[in-house]
Design a protein around this ligand. Structure first.
Ligand code: PBG
Ligand code: ZN
Length: 324
């Protein structure tokens, strides 16, 4: 037999050796847990297509944040689900809106928790689109004013960071300017920079009752085929002052995560979205995969692609596994 100098198996012989040479690690500090705030009191309503994920009343969301903190979670991404929706998304920027109250409640019960507010209009509009609609069209510049107002009201309610997700052109600049004008120059923006029009958001739309009542989001969210355009979107948000660039969804778009990581020197976040969670849950419930194993493999894959931050409904579950 010829001399074999290289034997990669030498370093795979024991758990200790394997962990010594492990290239990528997942840390609990990198995980962000999405939370859904709804009206009412004492309410926990499980989302049908997202087992283990709940619509939480304001008092319950404070409790959930506390439990998440006990698991080691340091950041949550907050969504508001109002009872009443209208044409102009007035609930999105209402001083006493559902998101504003939930933000304040979480900050009060867990002051050290980083509260990131999702800044969009689709949960608050009667038509379910992410912007102002006129004659069947989603208007870009009209929507910017409302998004800016929403971000300011979220910061005023105590949000530590805002995360614009409407995919309106210029939304980061409009929000940056409005925050600065209102003495929130220290509030960072995590931009949903490269957000694709994806079939993987359906469970979320169940959770948030935010499915568009007509048409779809393809005229503002990105075409799944476009990698170069994803970088252009990231470039624009970076230039507009985004502090963190996000790619969404995550696991089907790892090439985009890698490309954004390589090109920009700001933290990169990846959103492991509702449909990605639902697929794993469903297969696990059927006994077809080992849920914890595939969950960790998925999150590690997202890290390996270059994400510094992972937003995932599995955050608490993963945190508990990382704790021992
Ligand atoms: C709001 C928003 C959506 C998600 C995050 N922010 C829904 C959408 O764009 O339709 C999706 C999150 C998920 O699927 O987990 N614009
Ligand atoms: Zn939206």
């Amino acid at each position: 037999m010829s001399l074999m100098i290289h034997r990669p198996r030498r370093l795979r012989q024991s758990p200790n050796l394997r962990s010594m040479v492990r290239e990528t690690r997942l840390a609990v500090e990198q995980l962000v847990l999405p939370l859904f705030a709804c009206e009412g009191a004492g309410g926990r309503r499980e989302v049908a297509s997202m087992p283990g994920v709940f619509n939480l009343s304001v008092d319950e969301i404070a409790r959930e944040a506390q439990a998440a903190a006990e698991d080691g979670i340091r950041a949550v991404l907050l969504f508001g689900i109002p009872d009443a929706k209208d044409e102009t998304a007035s609930g999105a920027f209402a001083k006493n809106g559902i998101a504003q109250r939930a933000i304040a409640a979480v900050k009060k019960s867990v002051p050290e928790m980083t509260v990131i507010a999702d800044t969009c209009l689709c949960e608050y509009t009667s038509h379910g689109h992410c912007g102002v609609v006129r004659a069947g069209e989603v208007l870009n510049d009209e929507s910017l004013k409302l998004l800016a107002r929403t971000a300011v009201s979220q910061a005023a309610a105590g949000a530590d960071m805002v995360a614009p997700s409407a995919m309106m052109d210029g939304q980061v600049a409009a929000i940056r300017e409005a925050l600065d004008e209102n003495n929130f120059e220290g509030t960072p923006i995590m931009a949903y920079a490269s957000k694709f029009a994806s079939g993987l958001y359906n469970p979320f739309r169940d959770a948030a009752a935010s499915a568009p009542s007509f048409g779809d989001r393809r005229a503002y969210q990105m075409d799944a085929a476009n990698a170069r355009e994803a970088l252009r979107e990231a470039e624009l948000d970076y230039a507009e002052g985004a502090d963190i660039l996000m790619v969404k969804p995550a696991s089907l778009y790892l090439d985009i995560v890698r490309a954004v990581r390589d090109r920009f020197d700001v933290p990169v976040a990846a959103y492991h979205v509702s449909g990605e969670y639902a697929m794993l849950k469903a297969a696990a419930q059927l006994g077809w995969i080992d849920e914890e194993r595939v969950m960790m493999e998925t999150l590690l894959g997202i890290r390996r692609a270059g994400a510094d931050i992972i937003i995932t409904y599995y955050a608490r579950h993963a945190a508990r596994l990382l704790n021992h």
